[in-house]
Design a binder for this molecule. Structure first.
Ligand code: TYD
Length: 139
């Protein structure tokens, strides 16, 4: 599959008014394609760390920098792309089986991650050579 079919930038509506901003993300096909089963967020990382460095066999994700900024490098074993997340209303949707690195976190970065599945360590691929094998690349 082509990489640009495996990720998507989604812009959410801002229902803010003079009192401030309010961004809504609804699951089950409304704003994002999946039913949200798990939420986690990453903060206190900086520009010296690289997180992620894995692919998930089953889980779909939606990443939003609700504060600050970070970069995400996506890789399908053939193509790569870098997406900068720097707006609270901008989300990066990732299909299963995309290798991802998150890095270049600003000091105030809060990276919110919505997931289609509960945590299951066995669906993670953390070895890049194993990942390449599973996507049918020779290593
Ligand atoms: P890790 O996968 O290294 O985080 P990242 O993708 O940001 O690099 O996760 C760190 C630890 O937290 C690891 O021991 C697994 C655990 N963890 C959970 O228990 N539940 C979760 O939903 C997540 C994302 C991680």
């Amino acid at each position: 599959m082509k990489l640009d079919e495996q990720y998507k930038l989604i812009y959410f509506k801002d229902l803010g008014d003079e009192r401030g901003n309010l961004v809504v993300i609804e699951g089950e096909g409304m704003d994002i394609p999946f039913d949200i089963k798990r939420v986690f967020y990453i903060y206190g990382s900086d520009d010296t760390v690289v997180r992620g460095q894995h692919a998930n066999r089953e889980t779909e994700f939606l990443l939003v920098n609700v504060g600050g900024s970070s970069k995400v490098k996506v890789d399908n074993g053939t193509e790569t792309a870098v997406i900068e997340l720097n707006k609270p209303g901008m989300g990066l949707y990732l299909s299963p089986m995309v290798w991802k690195d998150m890095y270049d976190f600003s000091a105030d970065s809060i990276l919110l991650v919505l997931c289609s599945r509960h945590y299951d360590g066995t669906e993670y691929i953390r070895d890049y050579e194993e990942y390449l094998r599973e996507v049918g690349k020779e290593v």
